[in-house]
Design a binder for this molecule. Structure first.
Ligand code: CA
Length: 214
């Protein structure tokens, strides 16, 4: 953890307090995401037929486990493992931004860019709706931002936004429809941070996945 990173975090917290944004949680977005009907509506709005969704099959997609204070970097946490890089950074106490859901979120440019993976128990040859929330880190520019999503080692989505001029997180909820293979093995879901590997950037929270029954 670099001194700069400490400084930037301190600066961010100071900025939140000074602007009063510390109390401004993204509760409305979180509430929307947790509603399965809202997810059905979102997927439908993207041209999908009327959908019925089963239970969320992602484990610890809100990064609430383990419960920590401040921030820590882990090789493994419940549901997730590190594929490359030093590990998954979990942030709590709004040390450098407000989570999308719950009390914690992940930063994928932890001590350096790190790819994380969950092996998801899925049914073969079934459509799923993958939902997640991405935010750039406040005060971090486009050159150190961006997120690529991989399903069974195929890139299925990419999102990139600048965090410059942000005084808090600005979460964007992404919906991706995917199809599993004929294999009965679990589906590999990976999140890869893009941009400079400099210990700051690429926030992830609220990962959920639902089987679709047309
Ligand atoms: Ca969370």
């Amino acid at each position: 953890m670099t001194a700069l990173k400490y400084f930037r975090r301190f600066f961010s917290i100071s900025l939140f307090v000074s602007t009063g944004l510390l109390l401004c949680a993204n509760s409305s977005l979180a509430d929307t995401s947790s509603s399965s009907q809202a997810i059905v509506n979102k997927c439908s709005a993207q041209g999908y037929a009327q959908l019925k969704l089963t239970n969320n099959v992602i484990v610890n997609g809100s990064f609430e486990s383990p419960q920590i204070h401040g921030w820590s970097v882990f090789r493994r946490i419940k549901g997730w493992r590190t594929v490359s890089g030093p590990g998954i950074e979990i942030q709590a106490d709004k040390v450098a931004g407000t989570p999308f859901h719950g009390l914690q979120h992940a930063e994928l440019d932890s001590d350096a860019n790190s790819v994380v993976e969950q092996m998801v128990l899925t049914q073969p040859l079934n459509d799923y709706c993958l939902v997640f929330a991405y935010s750039p880190r406040p005060d971090v520019g486009l050159e150190s931002e961006g997120l690529r999503v991989w399903v069974n080692k195929k890139a299925v989505h990419e999102i990139k936004r600048s965090g410059l001029d942000l005084s808090d997180t600005q979460w964007e909820v992404v919906f991706v429809r995917i199809k599993t293979t004929a294999s009965r093995k679990p589906t590999s879901l990976r999140f890869e941070p893009l941009g400079n590997s400099d210990s700051m950037g690429v926030y992830l929270d609220g990962v959920e996945m639902y089987a679709i029954r047309d």
